[in-house]
Design a protein around this ligand. Structure first.
Ligand code: AMP
Ligand code: MN
Ligand code: MN
Length: 346
C-alpha cells in the first residue's frame, strides 16, 4: 500500500472523534462504491455510533445490489446534513462525482476521501488513495482494522460484493494474492458467496437480455485504433423497459472482442448527453483519455460524459487513441535508438 501511516492515523482520529459521520460514494454507485460505504456504516452502527449513509440523486440502487444488507439504511441525499462533523466518501475520484452531495461535503467540518482511482484529485482534508488497490473495499477493510471495528456477516458481504465486482470476479490486472486472501477472510466471516454471485452476475431482466441483442447487434470495430464500440439509447431502454443502471455489465461483454484492445459503450442520458464507459486490455491508457475529456478513472477502466453527439464523441475517442498510439510508437523508436546507440558503444 502506498498510503502514508500519518494519513491512516488522521483518518482513524477523524472517524473516532466524529459524532455523526456522513458516509457516501460516487453517483450511480457500483458494487465497490455501495459496498464500501455500507460496510463502514454498519461497522460504526454496530459500535453504537449514529452514522448516516447516502449517495447522490438519482437516488436509485441498481437492481443487482438491492440484496445488499443495510440497503434499507440509506438516507435520501436531500435529508443529509449540510453541516456534518465528518464526511467520508469511498470510490470518489473528484468532488463533482458526489453529485447532489457536493454541498454536504463542502459543508462538513472534516472530510476523508478513501479511493483507488489514479486520477484522484485528493480533494479531502485527509486522503487515503492507493491506485494499486483493486477496489476501494480493500482500503475500507484496512480502515476497519485500524479502527478496531470487527467484521460481521453483513459487513463481509458488502465488502465481498465490492471486491468481486471491481476485480471483475478476480480477473482484472490489479488482482494480486492479497486480494484472494481478503476474499478468503471475508468468506470466513460469513459471506454466502453464491447469494452474491446470483444477485450480481446471474440475474438479468429478460428486457436486458433482449436489449443486449440489439446493442451487440450494432457493435462496430475501428481496427486502426483497435477499438470496438456500441451505443445504448434512451429509446432502447424504453423499448425493453429497463433502466440505464441495469447496463453496468454491458461493457464487460463488449470488451471480450478478441480483435480489439479498447472497448467503449456510449450511454445516452435523459438530457441527451452520453456517459461513456471505456476499458483497455493494456495497450491504451483509457484513464488518461477520459481525464482529457473531463472524466477520470483507472488506466484500464475509465469514463467521461460527453455533450457532443455519438459521431463527434466517437471521433474524439478515435483521435485520442490515435495520438496515444503515435506517442507509444515514438517512445518505442526512441528506446530502440538508444539501445542501438549503446550497442554501438556511443
Ligand atoms: P464505468 O465505465 O462507469 O464502470 O466507470 C469505469 C471507471 O471510470 C470507474 O472507476 C469510474 O469511477 C470512472 N468513471 C466513470 N465515469 C466517470 C466520470 N464521468 N468522471 C470520473 N470518473 C469516471
Ligand atoms: Mn466505482
Ligand atoms: Mn472502485
Amino acid at each position: 500500500m502506498t498510503i502514508d501511516v500519518v494519513d491512516w492515523q488522521a483518518a482513524v482520529q477523524a472517524i473516532a472523534d466524529s459524532d455523526q459521520a456522513v458516509i457516501s460514494c460516487h453517483v450511480h454507485p457500483d458494487g465497490d462504491a455501495l459496498g464500501s460505504a455500507l460496510a463502514l456504516h454498519r461497522a460504526l452502527a454496530n459500535a453504537g455510533r449514529k452514522p448516516v449513509v447516502s449517495f447522490s440523486e438519482p437516488f436509485m440502487v441498481a437492481p443487482q445490489y438491492r440484496f445488499l444488507p443495510g440497503i434499507e439504511d440509506l438516507t435520501p441525499p436531500d435529508q443529509v446534513s449540510r453541516a456534518a462533523d465528518l464526511f467520508v466518501c469511498f470510490d470518489v475520484g473528484s468532488l463533482d462525482r458526489l453529485g447532489s452531495l457536493v454541498d454536504a461535503f463542502e459543508g462538513a467540518v472534516r472530510t476523508v476521501v478513501i479511493d483507488h482511482h489514479a486520477s484522484n484529485t485528493r480533494f479531502g482534508d485527509v486522503n487515503l488513495v492507493d491506485p494499486s488497490a483493486p477496489a476501494s473495499a480493500v482500503l475500507c477493510r484496512e480502515l476497519l482494522r485500524r479502527l478496531g471495528l470487527p467484521l460481521d456477516g453483513d459487513i463481509a458481504t458488502a465488502l465481498y460484493t465490492a471486491l468481486v465486482t471491481d476485480t471483475g470476479r478476480f480477473q482484472y490486472q490489479a488482482t494480486v494474492p492479497d486480494t484472494h486472501l481478503l476474499a478468503a477472510e471475508l468468506l470466513s466471516a460469513g459471506v454466502d458467496q453464491y447469494e452474491v454471485s446470483k444477485a450480481v452476475f446471474e440475474t438479468n431482466d429478460i428486457g436486458y437480455l433482449r436489449l443486449l441483442a440489439d446493442v451487440l447487434g450494432r457493435l462496430q470495430q475501428v481496427p486502426a485504433v483497435s477499438l470496438v464500440w456500441t451505443v445504448v439509447s434512451e429509446a432502447d431502454l424504453a423499448v425493453h423497459g429497463i433502466d440505464m443502471e441495469q447496463t453496468e455489465g454491458l461493457i464487460d461483454l463488449v470488451r471480450t472482442d478478441g480483435a480489439s484492445d479498447v472497448a467503449a459503450v456510449l450511454k445516452e442520458q435523459a438530457d441527451g448527453a452520453y456517459k461513456v464507459s471505456l476499458r483497455s486490455k493494456g495497450g491504451a491508457n483509457v484513464g488518461q483519455l477520459a481525464s482529457a475529456f473531463g472524466g477520470g478513472g483507472h488506466a484500464l477502466a475509465a469514463g467521461f460524459t460527453s455533450d457532443a453527439g455519438v459521431e463527434d464523441t466517437l471521433r474524439r475517442i478515435v483521435e485520442g487513441l490515435g495520438a496515444q498510439a503515435r506517442d507509444r510508437d515514438r517512445d518505442r523508436d526512441r528506446d530502440g535508438n538508444r539501445a542501438r546507440d549503446r550497442d554501438r558503444g556511443r
